[in-house]
Design a protein around this ligand. Structure first.
Ligand code: PRP
Ligand code: URA
Length: 208
């Protein structure tokens, strides 16, 4: 399996809190934002830098700034929305696109209902966000759509993944780097991740 599991103690601590069934929507949203910010710090570690001249109050100096590719954050609606604010804190210059998919409860297959993307996808590093990577159907479908629209440099960022979801995305999109805060054990008969955290969208937005 080709997946990066983020083992930073702060991330692991917060993942335990967010799994807890007693954690309400407000705390769930805050924890998700905090975890995303910590993960974002890690996944942008390899962004290229270039030299730039900066005038300090004393002298001219050479500093570093992010070079090259621009960034795009693409949440898979709805639950992926919960991971946008953490990334925007780090990268306020990123453009945000949206892909709307829901998983049919019977077939577990993704159904697309919305798509609005930045026009210059091929020039951007794209970070796809979705807290849950279960069967992998939704993430794979979203990535296929983004590639059809020109995206070439894609990272997938999830909170919790099942091995089946990682394998499915690895198989369909071997070029996509996957980052998760936790790699769980299995899926249940309804396609929910075990131990997981339940339905991420419902927990973020307080629906059921
Ligand atoms: C959840 C989750 C993922 C998908 C994961 O979304 O946020 O998008 O299921 O399952 P998969 O890997 O088996 O495709 P859901 O369809 O419940 O929609 P929601 O975000 O609107 O709640
Ligand atoms: N979608 C969720 O929100 N949770 C799961 O465990 C699986 C899919």
């Amino acid at each position: 399996m080709n997946v990066n599991v983020m083992t930073h103690p702060l991330i692991q601590h917060k993942v335990t809190l967010i799994r807890n069934v007693e954690t309400g929507s407000k705390d769930f949203r805050e924890l998700l934002e905090e975890i995303t910010l910590l993960m974002g710090y890690e996944i942008t570690r390899d962004l290229p830098l270039e030299d730039v001249e900066v005038q300090t109050p004393l002298v001219k100096a050479i500093g570093k700034q992010i070079a090259g590719k621009k960034l795009g954050i693409i949440p898979i609606l709805r639950a992926g929305l919960g991971m946008v604010s953490g990334l925007l804190e780090l990268m306020p210059m990123a453009k945000v696109g949206h892909v709307g998919l829901y998983r049919d409860p019977e077939t577990l297959k993704p159904v697309e209902y919305y798509c609005k993307l930045p026009s210059d996808l091929s020039d951007r590093r794209i970070i796809v966000t979705d807290p849950m990577l279960a069967t992998g159907g939704s993430a794979s479908a979203a990535i296929t759509l983004l590639k059809e629209k020109g995206a070439r440099d894609i990272q997938l960022m999830c909170l919790v993944a099942a091995p089946q979801g990682v394998e499915a995305v690895n198989k369909e999109h071997p070029d996509v780097r996957i980052y998760v805060a936790a790699l769980d054990e299995d899926l249940n008969e309804h396609g929910y991740i075990l131990p997981g955290l339940g339905d991420a969208g419902d927990r973020i937005f307080g629906t059921k």
